[in-house]
Structures are given as C-alpha cells and as structure tokens.
Design a protein around this ligand. Structure first.
Ligand code: SAM
Length: 285
C-alpha cells in the first residue's frame, strides 16, 4: 500500500509526498516531531504536521537565511540563531572564518538530537565547532536577558507563529532584538508566504511590527518547493544597512564561499517583489 505524507496548505489545498518510510514519531514537551524518508526529497521532518526541512531543498532556505546579511556586512562576528534546531543555519554561518561567536537558542532539545541522528549533513556542525554554543531555552526569554548591543546578526529560524514560535512574531521580541544588536546589527526573520490568505495575513503582521521597530526594514523572496505555495519570504531589518545599496559584492565573492542557490546577482533581485506582494506589504490590499 502507498504511504503519503500530506500537509494542509489551506482548507481546500493539500501537498503530498510519497513516503518510503515513516522513520520516527514522538511528542516532545513542545511539539509533535516526525521524520520520513522519500525518494524525491530524501529524509525530511515535520513539527506539528508542518514541513520543516528536507534533505533536497534545505540548501535554498539555509543559503537565503544566512548569506544575504553576510554579503551586506562581511565583518559580522557575533551571531545569534533563534530556533534552527536542524543545524542548517549554524552550518552556513560557521563557514565564515571571521565569525567568532555563534549562540544558538533552540527551545526543543529533541529536535536537535533527532536531526543529528536522521539529518546528519544538515546538523553536521552542531557538535564540531567550538565557536558554537547551544542553549536549550525559549528564544524570547534569551533575548530579554542578553546584553545590549552584543550581537551583529540575529537569524530567527523559527516555526510559524503558532505553538512555541508565536512569541517570536511580537513587537516585544523585535524590540529586544533591536536592543541586543550592535549599531551595525542586522535581523533576519521568517516572513511566511504571500500567496495563501492565512500565510499572507502573518506576513503582513510580521512586516508591520518590524517596520515599527527598525528604521530599515525590507522583505526578500525565495523559492522553496516544499513550503506552502513554494513562495517564501524573509525580512531584513537593520539600524544602518540598506540591503541593496550596502551590498559588498566584491568582498563577499572574494571570500570564496560556494553556494548552490545564493549569489550576489540574486541578492539584488530577491528584494524586487511582485506587485501583489508589495501592495499587501504596503497595506494597499
Ligand atoms: N526551516 C524551518 C521552517 O521555516 O519551517 C524552521 C526549522 S527550525 C527546525 C524551527 C525551530 O524553531 C524548531 O526546532 C522549534 O523547536 C524552534 N522554536 C520554535 N519556537 C521557539 C522559541 N520560542 N525559542 C527557540 N526556538 C524555537
């Protein structure tokens, strides 16, 4: 009998992947965690029934959450990752020799341990680089208590604004991010998707809150085959840097970081949004 993983993208729209094996299933203190194996997407895992990471397309998400900010300020030294339990974001950040400190705050230790077991390439740097410190606690609380002006970059690699990720989409959280960022600081965060109504609603909410908090706030897009509609967004917020005008393309290219999705031409293009997305973000629709 065929086995399929199916996710509801909206009430009348589902996305399915034919599965070879349902490898693991458990309920942690925070969420339902499932791992599957499939031919097209390799091993993948879900939290509370929502796709997180697949072996085959994770490079897109992890390139785009990491390299855009690093090309704007290649001198980033202190990085805070909130969430990101699969390790893909930490793996990309740790490719930069100039990065000195990476603090990763993941609420659910089980996600990390299971990804180390089932997604070893994504999680490969979680126990191998002494610049990285793992904290198993709520990111919301961590930024409340972190020192002012300490980090150059915060990457919010969180779940959607339901369950444990909810607090990471609030003005209080963004204000604390601003407080703990240096004057050079950049915040990259989940901005959901513009296409289906419920995701677009969260996109607009996230953007309007960040706009209230940071003087510079832009949105960029990328194509993620396994996320709802395949069209996904991150927010770029900063006290100082405009992500297009301030890109250091030559400097970044000289670093020789090989990427499969990101490049410095795409960097500029990814901030050029379709009209219907711009209108929604400007509250015209
Ligand atoms: N790439 C994924 C996506 O966009 O669907 C995100 C993957 S990553 C696994 C998300 C992680 O955020 C989860 O492991 C979850 O446990 C963690 N998380 C959710 N809320 C959190 C919070 N308040 N503090 C720290 N980590 C949190």
């Amino acid at each position: 009998m065929d086995l399929w993983y199916t996710e509801n993208h909206q009430e009348d729209t589902k996305f399915s992947i034919k599965v070879q094996e349902h490898i693991h299933s458990e309920k942690s203190e925070f969420q339902q965690i499932d791992f599957f194996r499939s031919e097209t997407f390799g091993t993948f895992f879900t939290l509370d029934g929502y796709m997180m990471v697949t072996e085959k397309d994770e490079f897109i998400y992890h390139d785009m959450i990491t390299h855009v900010s690093m090309a704007v300020n290649p001198n980033i030294k202190k990085v805070l990752i909130i969430g990101g339990g699969d390790g893909g974001t930490a793996r990309e950040v740790l490719r930069y020799p100039g990065v000195e400190v990476v603090d990763m705050v993941e609420i659910d230790e089980r996600v990390v341990r299971l990804c180390q077991q089932y997604l070893p390439l994504t999680a490969s740097k979680l126990d191998q680089d002494n610049r990285l410190t793992l904290y198993f606690e709520d990111g919301l609380k961590f930024v409340q208590e972190a020192d002012e002006g300490y980090y150059d970059l915060i990457l919010v690699d969180s779940t959607d604004p339901i369950g444990p990720g909810e607090g990471l989409f609030t003005v209080a959280f963004y204000n604390n991010c601003k407080r703990v960022l240096s004057e050079e600081g950049i915040l990259i965060n989940q901005h959901e998707s513009p296409y289906y109504a419920s995701y677009a609603h969260e996109m607009k909410r996230a953007h309007s809150k960040i706009k209230e908090t940071f003087p510079i706030s832009k949105v960029y897009q990328f194509h993620m085959p396994t996320y709802p509609s395949g069209h996904w967004l991150f927010g770029f917020a900063s006290k100082k840097y405009d992500p297009i005008k301030d890109i250091k393309a030559d400097e970044w290219n000289k670093l020789g970081i090989e990427t499969k999705y990101y490049n410095t031409d795409l960097h500029v293009g990814c901030f050029m949004l379709p009209t219907y997305v711009k209108k929604q973000l400007d509250n015209e629709e």
